[in-house]
Design a protein around this ligand. Structure first.
Ligand SMILES: Nc1nc2c(c(=O)[nH]1)N(C=O)[C@@H](CNc1ccc(C(=O)N[C@@H](CCC(=O)O)C(=O)O)cc1)CN2
Ligand SMILES: Nc1ncnc2c1ncn2[C@@H]1O[C@H](COP(=O)(O)OP(=O)(O)OP(=O)(O)O)[C@@H](O)[C@H]1O
Length: 192
C-alpha cells in the first residue's frame, strides 16, 4: 500500500517541478533585496550562531549578500556540500575569503571545516500555506532536517506559492517562510 502511494506522489511532484522551474524564470528578481532584508532580520532575531545558507543555483534568490551580512554580524555561515543521493547534506564553514569548489548537480561548496548548523535556510521551487515545499527532487533537505532537528526557514518569492504541494511521508513542513512581502508563520503542528 505504502509503496505505490509514494511513487504516485513522486510522479506528481516531478511534473509540478518542471512547471514551477519554468514559471520561476519569469518571476522578477527586483524584490530580492527586500526578501534578503526580511530574511536577515528574521535570522538575527534568533539566537542561532551557525547558519546554513545556500550558494545560488540558476534563477534562485541570491543569498550571497546575506552570507556576507551574517558574517559581518558575527554569525557563522555554513554552506551545503551536495552528498551522494540518498544521504543528508553536509555543511562546511564559509567566510568571505573562501574559495568555492564545484560539486554535484552544478552546486558548489567551500573547502572549510564540516560543522553542524543550528538554523537551516531552505530553498524551494514551490511552497504552500502549511509550510510544505517542493525542492529539486533529491530529498536532500527532508533527509537533512529529519537528521538535524533544528529550526528551518524557507525562502523564495511570493509567486512560488501554490494551493497545496503534494506531500509524501518524508516531507517536513517549514514553520517559517520568508518572501519579498515579509515573514509567513505557517500553522502546521508538524513543522520544525
Ligand atoms: N542553491 C542550492 N543549493 C543546494 C540545493 C538547492 O536547492 N539550492 N539543494 C537542494 O536540495 C541541494 C542540491 N540538490 C540538488 C538536487 C538535484 C539537482 C538537479 O539538478 N537535479 C537534476 C536531476 C538529477 C538526476 O538525474 O537525478 C535535474 O533536476 O535536472 C540539483 C540540486 C544542496 N544545495
Ligand atoms: N528522510 C527520508 N528518508 C527516505 N527517503 C526520503 C526521505 N526524504 C525524502 N525521501 C525520498 O526522496 C525522494 C525525493 O524527495 P522529494 O521529492 O520530497 O524531494 P524534494 O523535497 O523536492 O528535494 P530537496 O529536499 O532536495 O529539495 C522521494 O522519493 C522521497 O520519498
Amino acid at each position: 500500500m505504502a509503496a505505490p502511494q509514494i511513487s504516485e506522489i513522486d510522479v506528481l511532484k516531478k511534473s509540478l517541478r518542471r512547471k514551477m522551474a519554468e514559471y520561476r524564470q519569469g518571476l522578477s528578481s527586483e524584490n530580492e533585496e527586500k526578501l534578503r532584508g526580511f530574511l536577515l532580520k528574521e535570522i538575527l532575531a534568533q539566537p542561532a550562531q551557525k547558519i546554513a545558507a545556500v550558494w545560488p543555483l540558476a534563477e534562485e534568490v541570491d543569498l550571497r549578500p546575506l552570507c556576507h551580512a551574517l558574517s559581518e554580524a558575527g554569525r557563522q555561515v555554513l554552506l551545503p556540500e551536495t552528498t551522494p543521493k540518498g544521504s543528508p547534506l553536509i555543511f562546511r564553514r564559509w567566510t568571505p575569503s573562501s574559495s568555492m569548489i564545484a560539486g554535484r548537480f552544478g552546486t558548489s561548496h567551500p573547502e572549510g571545516e564540516i560543522e553542524v548548523p543550528d538554523l537551516v535556510l531552505v530553498p524551494f521551487l514551490a511552497f504552500d500555506r502549511s509550510g510544505y515545499r517542493l525542492g529539486y527532487g533529491g530529498g536532500y533537505y527532508d533527509r537533512t532536517l529529519a537528521a538535524l532537528n533544528v529550526p528551518a526557514i524557507g525562502f523564495g518569492f511570493a509567486g512560488q506559492q501554490i494551493d497545496a504541494v503534494p506531500t509524501g511521508p518524508y516531507d517536513i513542513p517549514l514553520k517559517t517562510i520568508v518572501t519579498e512581502y515579509g515573514v509567513l508563520q505557517t500553522d502546521n503542528p508538524k513543522s520544525l
